[in-house]
Design a protein. Structure first.
Length: 166
C-alpha cells in the first residue's frame, strides 16, 4: 500500500489550514450572526408561543370558573322563579277558592232570602184566603141566624154588649 495517499504532504496541510481558516473567518463574520439571530428569533417565538399558551390556559380556566358561576347563578335564578311561580299559583288557587266560596255563600243567602220572601208571600196569601173564607162563612151563618127577626135583635144586643165590655 502506498502511504502517500494516507498521509498528506506539508503543502496540502498548509493550504487546508488556510482554507479552513478563511472558511471559519467567513462563517464567523457573515454566517454566525445570521445563525445566532435566527436562533434568537426562534427562541423568542417559542417563548412567546409558550407565554400565549399559558395565558390562553389561564383565560380558559377563568372562563370555566366564570361559566360555572354563571351556571350556578342561573340555577339559583331558575329555582327562585319556580318558587315564585309555585307561590303565585297557590295564591291564585287560594284566591279563586275564596271567591268561589264567597260567591256560593252569596248565592245561598240570596236563595234563602228568596225562599223566605216566597214563604212570607205564601203565608200572606193563605191568610188572605182564610180571611175571605171566614168572612164568607160568617156571612152565611149570619144570614141563617138573622133570618129570624127575634134572633137577629137578640144577637145584635148581645154583640153590642160585648163591644162595650171590651
Amino acid at each position: 500500500m502506498d502511504s502517500a495517499l494516507i498521509t498528506p504532504g506539508l503543502g496540502v496541510i498548509f493550504w487546508m489550514v488556510v482554507s479552513f481558516g478563511i472558511l471559519v473567518f467567513v462563517l464567523l463574520k457573515f454566517g454566525w450572526p445570521i445563525v445566532l439571530k435566527a436562533l434568537d428569533e426562534r427562541e423568542t417565538a417559542i417563548n412567546e408561543a409558550l407565554s400565549a399558551a399559558d395565558k390562553a390556559k389561564e383565560e380558559m380556566k377563568q372562563l370555566k370558573t366564570s361559566n360555572e358561576e354563571l351556571l350556578r347563578e342561573a340555577k339559583i335564578e331558575r329555582d327562585e322563579m319556580l318558587k315564585n311561580a309555585r307561590l303565585t299559583s297557590e295564591k291564585i288557587i287560594e284566591d279563586s277558592k275564596l271567591k268561589a266560596t264567597e260567591e256560593a255563600d252569596r248565592i245561598v243567602e240570596l236563595a234563602r232570602q228568596s225562599i223566605e220572601y216566597e214563604k212570607m208571600e205564601a203565608l200572606h196569601e193563605l191568610k188572605n184566603q182564610i180571611a175571605t173564607l171566614s168572612i164568607e162563612i160568617a156571612e152565611k151563618l149570619l144570614k141563617q141566624e138573622l133570618a129570624d127577626k127575634e134572633k137577629a135583635s137578640s144577637f145584635i144586643k148581645q154583640e153590642l154588649e160585648n163591644v162595650k165590655l171590651n
